[in-house]
Design a binder for this molecule. Structure first.
Ligand code: SAM
Length: 290
């Protein structure tokens, strides 16, 4: 039996006050106090009683409580240990929830996913801490774990980047990493007033519908992500300059690599399509360039 319904702002505030909790800006702590948005997040996850849910940053358990009611199993990772007693209260009686205290970026996700072995599918649901949104998304996408839906609350600007295409100002390594694994859907825009305390930016709930198979064939994902990140390491430089530096290739080798892919080495990373990144990564992985 759950006693504290922390989705109700009055109960959330009372529970936080009871434990003398103070928000840590450096941990991106903006707790959700909007039940309408909460419902939209949970609906977007499309969880069934056979599914697992992985939550990054449960905070006081606002989203976690709801996930626990629907999913078979919930694993939540929270960096702030001072939320321990609060989470114990808000999740009292929820026997299908495990909270791990630690930094999600330091977790080996394939090991965590083993604990979901009896779940049909696993989705990620997270109101992300904005100071580490990009590293967390890369961590999830590069870990190789099987994902169904990824529902994340992110800064509106980040949401624009996730779905951006080549040649636009928002297109970057994150857009490619996400579009390699998922279809991006914007769910709802969220204003600062939906959080306690309100952040200084607008937010957006985004659903990443993970694909059964990537849209392009990549022979080695590590090489692919290395090429993608390398191409954007210095945004204003040409591919030849930025890729030779980041991949540790001589200029001559890098020029040959790009030429064999039919890509002009004076182009910039932000103009390359997913297919072009895949062709560079595949050639680099399969042939010796030095
Ligand atoms: N889920 C809660 C909600 O919606 O009210 C809290 C969301 S708050 C935006 C982000 C949460 O992530 C905070 O509780 C914060 O302490 C936690 N957090 C910050 N950095 C983290 C990290 N590296 N690993 C795990 N949790 C983290």
């Amino acid at each position: 039996m759950i006693e504290w319904d922390v989705a109700k702002p009055s109960q959330l505030k009372a529970l936080l006050a009871e434990h003398g909790f103070s928000f840590k800006k450096q941990l991106g702590q903006n707790f959700l106090i909007d039940e309408r948005i909460l419902q939209q997040i949970v609906d977007a996850a499309e969880l069934t009683s056979e599914d697992g849910a992985f939550e990054v940053g449960p905070g006081a358990g606002v989203v976690t409580q709801r996930l626990a009611r629907i999913a078979k199993q919930v694993i939540a990772v929270e960096k702030d240990r001072s939320l321990s007693a609060i989470l114990q209260k808000s999740l009292e009686g929820a026997g299908n929830v495990d909270v791990i205290f630690g930094d999600v970026l330091e977790l080996h996700l394939p090991d965590i996913w083993k604990q979901f072995s009896t779940c049909k599918r696993v989705s990620v649901v997270a109101n992300l801490p904005y100071y580490v949104t990009t590293p967390i998304l890369f961590h999830l996408l590069e870990s190789g774990v099987s994902l169904h839906n990824v529902i994340v609350m992110v800064q509106k600007e980040v949401a624009d980047r996730l779905g951006a295409g080549p040649g636009t100002k928002d297109y970057g390594a994150l857009s490619i990493a996400v579009q390699y694994r998922a279809r991006v859907e914007k769910v709802v825009k969220v204003s600062p007033g939906s959080f306690l305390p309100p952040p200084g930016v607008d937010s957006m709930v985004v659903r990443l519908r993970c694909l059964d198979k990537p849209p392009v064939e990549v022979s080695d994902e590590r090489t692919f992500f290395r090429v993608v990140k390398g191409a954007f390491a210095m945004r204003r430089k040409t591919l030849l300059n930025t890729l030779s530096g980041s991949l540790g290739l001589s200029k001559e080798a890098c020029a040959r690599l790009l030429q064999r892919c039919g890509i002009d080495s004076n182009r910039r990373g932000e103009t390359l399509s997913l297919e072009e990144f895949a062709s560079i990564a595949n050639l680099l992985h399969n042939c010796a360039f030095s």
